[in-house]
Design a protein around this ligand. Structure first.
Ligand SMILES: [Zn+2]
Length: 455
């Protein structure tokens, strides 16, 4: 049987990437993530799949593919799939976002996970502070410039620019043809050049199949959207002009954004205060020789939430939290030095504002994607109510983790693969406008239907 690729997720949806590569009986799972809308017809904020039923509640609605020899004994306990020794040889991970990693938690820990060195550090940070879907698996690390083999398949990882450090695309040489997989990418982050390295490596191989993300394809946002550089300039202006406290919610594992706000603080004389969760990630990533991250305690402070009425006692905190207590910043500290701080505050921590009691006239920076559906608008409405309640101004400031449509198409054209498989997009059809040069080459995937590589 010729080598083949089967898409089990990321088909007509953003996120949920789950691909199976098979060559001469060897099986590799390429990303195994949670879909953003997974089971939204059956599960919502009130109804969730029961973890006690392993993969059972997800199989019920076809939210996980029933691939034999992939899942853990625990995940299969109450399902019609029988547990046996692993038939999947490896899981290869592009980057540490839940829509690429989330479902690894259900797989057999006997299957090794290949990931970038930076990804393994992020995994350790999550594992130390709570849990990680990679827990229990043997981690085999790689860096750009290295390659590894799984049976007849040779994987060449090449870094790409994305909204989390340590993101990779891959060139996979199979026994009969070559596949290139972009992972998630953009060109407008702090390391946009890395995506050009991927294009160069992939185009040299003249791949038979290019598996490419297309998050922003067909969304009609054209070239709009900011670069990380533009976010920095606007952040400098906003923070520089603020007369009181500045606070912001942003994704802490987006180290580009942490650096952007850190730089904005440096040039405006403010002190960045991050949550303990971000502090753990920054401390881990300090060990990464290729990354520049602010040092916890030296460059940035850590916010300490009160866990009970009265003072702060070591015994109220988890072990991993305790090391931050002595050098932490409390609500009272922030209140005292409102004009000196830039506080990172996740929306679920907004009640901290009740303790901080900031003077009105400050600025809130919403550093995330703008709402695009009803649920998001409702959440954004609640955030705006908090901001209004404390008398702050609301500013939207964000650079997407994904390339806009025309840059995705430019990557597709430059890689020049014989066939293009659009994934991680709600508009795979938009890749192949009728009568265009690309039309003949685009193969819109169907869930569970194999695509032959080579031949
Ligand atoms: Zn991603």
């Amino acid at each position: 049987m010729p080598p083949r690729l089967t898409c089990y997720g990321g088909v007509g949806e953003i996120g949920g990437n789950k691909f199976l590569l098979e060559d001469k009986g060897v099986k590799v799972v390429l990303d195994f993530g949670t879909g953003f809308a997974d089971g939204a017809d059956y599960f919502d904020g009130n109804i969730s799949p029961r973890t006690v039923n392993g993969a059972g509640d997800l199989f019920e609605f076809g939210l996980l593919p029933e691939i034999p020899g992939l899942y853990s004994e625990r995940a299969l306990q109450n399902t019609r799939l029988r547990y046996g020794e692993p038939e999947v040889d490896a899981i290869v991970l592009s980057h540490y976002h839940s829509d690429h990693t989330g479902r690894i938690a259900y797989t057999d820990p006997k299957i090794p996970v290949y990931c970038g060195e930076t990804t393994s550090l992020i995994h350790e940070a999550y594992s130390d502070s709570k849990s990680s879907p990679l827990d229990g698996h043997e981690i085999r690390k790689f860096r750009t410039g290295e390659r590894f083999r799984v049976g007849p398949m040779e994987f060449v990882p090449v870094h790409v620019d994305h909204s989390i450090p340590g993101a990779y695309g891959f060139v996979v040489r199979t026994s009969e043809g070559t596949l290139a997989y972009t992972g998630d990418f953009r060109f407008h982050g702090r390391a946009g050049k890395m995506t050009l390295d991927f294009i160069e490596a992939a185009s040299k191989e003249r791949p038979d199949v290019l598996l490419t993300e297309g998050t922003r394809v067909g969304q009609g946002d054209g070239k709009s959207g900011m670069s990380e550089r533009a976010v920095l300039e606007e952040a400098r202006r906003l923070v520089g002009g603020a007369k009181a406290l500045v606070f912001s919610s942003f994704r802490g594992n987006d180290v580009d954004r942490v650096n952007t706000f850190f730089d904005a603080c440096q040039s405006t004389g403010r002190r960045l205060v991050v949550s303990m969760k971000i502090a753990v990630i920054l401390e881990k990533l300090a060990a990464d020789r290729k990354l520049k991250v602010p040092r916890v305690g030296k460059d940035v402070d850590v916010y300490v939430k009160r866990k009970r009425t009265g003072g702060i006692e070591d015994s109220d905190y988890f072990k991993w939290e305790r090391e931050f207590l002595s050098r932490g910043v409390t609500a009272a500290d922030v209140r005292k030095g409102q004009k000196d701080y830039f506080l990172h505050l996740e929306s679920w921590d907004f009640p901290e504002l009740i303790d901080i009691k900031p003077d009105s006239g400050g600025t809130y920076i919403h550093s995330a994607t703008e709402a695009y559906n009803e649920e998001g608008e409702k959440e954004e409405g609640v955030i705006k109510n908090w901001v209004r309640h404390v008398g702050f101004r609301y500013a939207q400031l964000h650079a997407s983790g994904h390339a806009p449509e025309e840059e995705v198409f430019s990557l597709v054209d430059r890689v020049g693969a014989a066939r293009v498989v659009p994934i991680h997009t709600e508009h795979p059809d938009a890749f192949a406008p009728k009568a265009s040069r690309r039309e003949r080459r685009v193969a819109v995937p169907a869930k569970g239907r194999p695509i032959v590589i080579g031949a």
